[in-house]
Write a protein that binds this ligand. Structure first.
Ligand code: BLA
Length: 238
């Protein structure tokens, strides 16, 4: 269901950047579940280039029961740009949840004006994908923008509307990256290192997918996947 989105992201990345493979720890790149009635496969890809220090995306294919496309792009630490976050989920073709955002590292006004206000017109362009839903796992005021696309929708809308929105958000992201001035001051750069690390810590601790990973692939594998790959700069709680 979301495979055309993976293809689209890949085409964009390979056309625009000089990508290098970024290692995924052994055993985390691909896993096939033997539990349950439907076989589930989880596969991940990871790249880097001079502007983007970590580009990762993951696809879970559990046939009719679940299709999930998740991705985070982390800019180089010389840029204070938001992270690009993608979480498209579909369960039994009935429950479809799509989230797409420029995930802000900071919440101050200057940052919002610079990196979040430009999203406003895109957010307004896709009212059917911007539903202002309440968040249960995350705090909407931390690492999310007010112009995120966040919707519970039907397969028809996913098929007909989401690719255009995805393309628009991606294009704006590439444009911002193009225009970004690299930070020079080591203190500024250290602040970005910390903010990206805090994002990983926050995300690893709250990830609503943790139970899903455990149920398909076992608890031990799920913890390794979360702390060893998805949010590798997070430290597991003792
Ligand atoms: C929700 N994301 C979810 C849920 C799951 C995942 C299972 C709960 C769906 C439900 O309501 O039943 C799945 N999350 C994943 C997967 C990965 C993951 C498969 O990290 C990793 C492979 N989540 C993100 C990113 C964004 C994001 C980058 O990982 C930003 C765009 C958003 N996911 C997001 C939000 C929700 C969600 C906002 C709703 C959570 C809430 O209500 O608080």
């Amino acid at each position: 269901m979301y495979k055309p989105f993976v293809k689209h992201l890949e085409n964009e990345l390979f056309n625009r950047f000089n990508l290098q493979n970024r290692a995924i720890p052994a055993g985390l790149e691909l896993k096939v579940s033997d539990r349950g009635r439907n076989p589930a496969t989880i596969q991940s890809w990871c790249y880097q280039c001079p502007q983007l220090r970590k580009i990762r995306y993951t696809y879970i294919d559990a046939g009719e029961s679940a299709q999930i496309f998740n991705s985070v792009i982390y800019p180089n630490h010389h840029y204070d740009l938001p992270l690009l976050g993608v979480d498209f989920l579909s369960f039994g073709k009935i429950k479809n949840l799509v989230v797409l955002d420029f995930q802000p590292l900071f919440q101050d006004d200057a940052y919002q004006r610079k990196y979040i206000e430009p999203l406003k017109f895109l957010h307004a362009k896709y009212p059917d994908l911007a539903q202002n839903l309440e968040m249960k796992f995350y705090d909407a005021n931390q690492y999310f923008s007010k112009y995120l696309l966040f919707a519970k929708t039907d397969a028809e809308t996913v098929a007909t509307r989401l690719l255009a929105a995805f393309n628009d958000y991606l294009n704006l992201y590439w444009q911002m990256l193009d225009e970004a001035e690299p930070l020079q001051d080591p203190e500024d750069i250290a602040r970005i290192v910390k903010a990206q690390k805090d994002y990983d810590q926050y995300s690893a601790e709250r990830d609503p997918a943790s139970g899903l990973f455990s149920s398909y692939f076992g608890h031990e594998w799920a913890e390794r996947f979360l702390y060893g790959f998805l949010f590798e700069d997070a430290v597991p709680l003792a």
